[in-house]
Design a protein around this ligand. Structure first.
Ligand SMILES: [Zn+2]
Length: 292
């Protein structure tokens, strides 16, 4: 699963501009993964303005633009914004969204809807949205927004063009790139538990069936859990070494939790020394790690 990584507001805007200038490149659905990007909501609305305001890219366009102003205020008729109601985005919300787009636009031109916290679509609202996405109508563009794309149902994800905002090096731990596969894995693990068997092969580290990569991955994962154990109550240390990434990914783990994980990692490491079927090994590894 790849995404375009954009580490600056300017690079996001530049890339979106490139897509939108050539209308043939405009997709029917975008997923914007915000991570912990500052002011990401503002960027999403900027993207909506680029999509909807016919003069956005013209030289005479100014900050006084009426359409852009309406978009910011969420009073533009051809833009619908959906947010969770309570814990979930409800099926009724998706139905009334569809209903709203059934009638012809009064303004004409492109129309757009934004779904914030798209991970909060439940089974039935996701299904309704999916049907909507499967029959893309001309000129309607969906923007789904989530903090983490792994929380989005595969069926929805596969229909979206994914853009991932990244906070860039300054806010990330120094070794972020080397450990990114561990964070992605832990994130999945704590979101989906053993269900991640179905999606784990999409992580780059597991996509190649390469034993050495698995071993290297285990080594890094062990190092993270070791640190968690040794510095269990030293948040400052952990934050210094791992940034806020770990605390965002992990629930508060107890001493016993961590010991269990380390045992499971060690066991799986031993097994990997033998001539094992890597697919079976991976399934077993997930089951071991998602216990408890
Ligand atoms: Zn405008």
């Amino acid at each position: 699963m790849s995404a375009n990584i954009l580490d600056k507001k300017e690079s996001f805007i530049a890339q979106m501009k490139e897509i939108l200038i050539d209308t043939k490149k405009v997709s029917h659905a975008y997923l914007i993964e915000t991570n912990s990007f500052p002011n990401s909501e503002e960027l999403v609305f900027t993207f909506a303005k680029m999509l909807l305001c016919p003069s956005y890219f013209e030289d005479m366009h100014t900050t006084d633009c009426v359409i852009c102003h309406q978009i910011s205020e969420n009073s533009y008729a051809d833009l619908k914004v959906i947010r969770p109601e309570g814990d979930w985005i409800k099926k009724e919300q998706m139905l009334s969204l569809q209903e709203a787009f059934k009638t012809k636009s009064i303004i004409g031109g492109r129309r757009c809807y934004i779904i914030f916290e798209a991970e909060k679509l439940n089974a039935s609202s996701a299904n309704t949205l999916l049907k909507f996405l499967e029959e893309p109508a001309d000129q309607i563009v969906a923007i789904l927004v989530t903090a983490n794309r792994y929380q989005i149902l595969d069926t929805i994800l596969s229909r979206c063009q994914v853009y991932s905002l990244s906070t860039g090096e300054s806010n990330l731990p120094i070794n972020f790139e080397q450990q990114k596969d561990c964070y992605d894995f832990l994130n999945l693990l704590y979101q989906k538990g053993s269900q991640i068997i179905a999606v784990v092969s999409k992580l780059e580290v597991f996509s190649q069936n390469n034993k050495r990569e698995y071993q290297e991955f285990l080594r890094k994962l062990e190092e993270i859990y070791d640190d968690l154990l040794i510095h269990l109550s030293d948040d400052a240390f952990l934050e210094n070494k791992y940034g806020k990434v770990l605390t965002q990914v992990l629930p508060k783990l107890s001493y016993d939790d961590i010991i269990e994980k380390l045992k499971a990692i060690e066991e799986c490491k031993q097994k990997l020394k033998f001539n094992v079927n890597l697919k079976l090994w991976l399934d077993n590894f997930i089951i071991q790690l998602s216990k408890g």
